[in-house]
Design a protein around this ligand. Sequence first.
Ligand code: SF4
Ligand code: ZN
Ligand code: ZN
Length: 327
Amino acid sequence: MSSATRCRLCTREALTRVTYARMWLCQEHYREFIASKVERTIRRYELLRPGERLLVAVSGGKDSAALLHVMAGLRERLGVELVAFHIDLGIGDYSAKSKEAAERLAKGLGIELIVFDLRREIGLGVPELFRRLRRAPCSVCGLVKRYIMNAAAVEIGATLATAHNADDIATYIIKNFLIQEPLALHKMVPKLEGVKDLAAAKVRPLYEVYEREALLYSLSNSLPFVTEECPLAPSRGLDASIKRFLENLEEEHPGFTLSFLRRYVRTAGASASPGVKGGKVAPCRACGLISSEGLCSFCRVTERVLGAPGGSRVRDCIKAQLQRVTR
Ligand code: SF4
Ligand code: ZN
Ligand code: ZN
């Protein structure tokens, strides 16, 4: 007769085995394990200081659900104030469900959520934008998200926290090495420094949390998140191949990704300055946020599709929405 496997730290039935740490953990100790991993990352890499305001980007997916939940549990110990931020990208049913999940999550945790509705504010969602620009959906979407999140964090003087997990980060590093993008290669550190009034500091508290750990954490805490994939996500691509390669490595060498990331940080440093292509940083002449020269990328692409740079309009909408948070 087989008996259930027990947690290494108590007598309860185990939820999962953390292979690289060689231990079985029950639900409660698994949650503690993930939360203390995030806290260690924040302290080790000095991601946050007491008194800081943190704008947490919440997409409606499992990673940001885990991030917001962990940070809600740590905010008092770390002495930080949390505000959640969601962008409705206008990608049909997928965006509607994502927004609903983000709202339920923030409400359940008692955290203020700001929603920026792209179609309402600039008249176009991601599907119309990428078609008019004739660019890949994710490249346009990434640019729009980065711009809006940065604008919001600058507006309320916050550090921006994103939910990139260890697999995402290792994938980006390997991809940028393979395609020889040295500038991007050095940006996958736990923290990007801010530039006063131009760019918010950006932190990645899930730097050492695997994708499957964020999923199990969200499931075991019954957090609301969307399970379906974005319909615009590419079905095949370099990223997916690298992720499969990393998964195989992990199976044969548990913990490989984490030691790879630690070695990377030892070489690249724990933080980097934001920099833009070409290395020069200057205010965008239309919206005033970070740019290399002339117009920032967001103002350039919106000028092409809307006839005028859209950055200032976005900043005004965000300012109006965020007034209640800063009051
Ligand atoms: Fe945007 Fe691409 Fe992610 Fe869809 S898959 S939300 S288009 S970045
Ligand atoms: Zn236990
Ligand atoms: Zn601009």
